[in-house]
Design a protein around this ligand. Structure first.
Ligand code: AMP
Ligand code: MG
Length: 407
């Protein structure tokens, strides 16, 4: 049986990032840039006004005060999106709006609050301006030809806005991995159908699919099969073109557990048990050259093994550099008991209290207790040798979805 570290290392050594391709900006949120973005134009493209006001020759406003304003002739109005026609010479000013190009001859913009109308066709300036005031010089954000974004950059709203400001429509990035989910179990019925005796509803389909979606990855297929070896093999073949396959259930050593035998036959098993609680039976290997995770059927185990093993794999496939779950320190709010043996990952709620992180573990435990997941945003780590943790102790918690940094 592998430790979590060994299992994660085996996963990381096996999976690879997808090749890069052009991605439209609206589809690139959370994607990893594969090639640099070089600025085709400078930003801003021209000297422009940072404020609504008057473009002036700063020297004209020297010593201006409410009692002795500078009186200037107004040449024209330049709203954003238009270009000035007249040159500003000493004794004149141009009314200008935010974002409009600075007229030739002007070297400062006086904000409208420092002006008042004078006689018709003139303006009075009663606060002195210095050269450069309220002017955004061309290229101050980025000069043309400079690297705006480097490979490896995770694309968020700011980065994607910058690419748009440069006039580009696509980036060369790693697309979202496509995932197939195959739930297994003859006892399972889809929600919305009648429950027959002995049956339960399939909850892993939705819980695992939304785990994938939450991080911005794609669910390409969701299939369900009974506990039947050839049905499972058939389902896997239908999903052969995806970037990663997930099965749930049927991965222990029971009579009806077909995931490992199928993987042994048509793929390659790297491991199938990990020293963890919940989730000890969890298989990893490859089939059709794609990574496959056989998650346990118990719903809480499936979620925890997804977070600890599948999500890191999907991050690496997405080209991320930080792939492993994000662990932070927090203060435990209540006692937890633990039987020494396997490291436990307990559903918990982590939050700030007086500026410090505190963690409240779920009172419910057990790999089939779905209510333990309600509101949980983290997993409390209970060390393997521990006999329990006490309120007030500093503990390690793993933030689900790396604290939400995936999108
Ligand atoms: P297994 O791993 O197939 O032995 O299943 C372990 C437990 O998880 C059993 O109680 C199953 O009924 C339950 N289980 C398996 N798959 C699902 C699922 N998709 N949704 C809800 N419970 C499941
Ligand atoms: Mg089963």
């Amino acid at each position: 049986m592998l430790t979590m570290e060994e299992a994660q290392a085996a996963v990381m050594a096996t999976v690879r990032a997808l090749p890069a391709e052009p991605v439209p900006l609206l589809e690139a949120l959370g994607c990893v840039l594969a090639e640099p973005v070089t600025a085709p134009i400078q930003l801003p493209p021209f000297d422009n006004s940072a404020m609504d006001g008057y473009a002036v020759v700063a020297e004209d406003t020297r010593g201006a005060a409410p009692a002795s304003p500078s009186r200037l002739e107004v040449l024209e109005d330049v709203p954003a999106g238009t270009t000035p026609e007249r040159q500003v010479r000493p004794g004149t000013a141009t009314r200008i709006m935010t974002g409009a190009p600075i007229p030739a001859g002007a070297d400062a913009v006086v904000i409208v609050e420092h002006t008042r109308p004078g006689t018709p066709g003139t303006v009075e300036i009663f606060v002195p301006a210095s050269p450069g005031d309220n002017i955004r010089p061309a290229g101050e954000d980025i000069p043309a030809g400079e690297e705006a974004l480097s490979p490896g950059q995770v694309l968020g709203p700011g980065e994607l806005g910058l690419v748009s400001a440069l006039g580009l429509t696509h980036v060369t990035a790693i697309r979202r991995p496509r995932v197939a989910i195959v739930t297994t179990g003859s006892e399972l019925v889809e929600p919305g159908q009648a429950l027959r005796p002995g049956a339960i509803y399939n909850s892993n389909r939705v819980a695992i699919a939304t785990s994938v979606l939450r991080s911005g990855w794609e669910v390409a297929h969701c299939l369900h099969v009974a506990d039947d070896e050839s049905a499972l093999e058939q389902a896997l073949r239908e999903c052969a073109e995806v970037d990663l396959l997930i099965t749930t259930g049927g991965v222990s050593v029971g009579e009806y557990d077909f995931v490992k035998p199928v993987l042994d036959r048509i793929g390659d098993v790297k491991f199938w048990r990990v020293l963890m609680k919940p989730g000890k039976p969890v298989a990893f290997g490859t089939v059709f050259g794609r990574p496959l995770f056989g998650l346990p059927g118990n719903p809480v185990s499936a979620l925890v093994t997804f977070e600890m093993l599948v999500a890191p794999a999907l991050r690496k496939i997405s080209g991320r550099r930080d792939c492993l779950p994000l662990a932070v320190q927090a203060t435990l709010l209540s006692d937890v008991r633990h039987k020494p043996g396997r490291r436990e990952y307990r559903q918990s709620v982590t939050r700030f209290s007086d500026g410090c992180l505190v963690v409240e573990p779920s009172r419910k435990r057990g790999s089939a207790m779905m209510t333990s997941t309600v509101g949980a945003n983290s997993l409390l780590v209970i060390p393997e040798a521990s006999t329990g943790l006490g309120a007030g102790e500093r503990v390690t918690v793993i933030l689900l979805g790396r604290g939400g940094d995936e999108l």
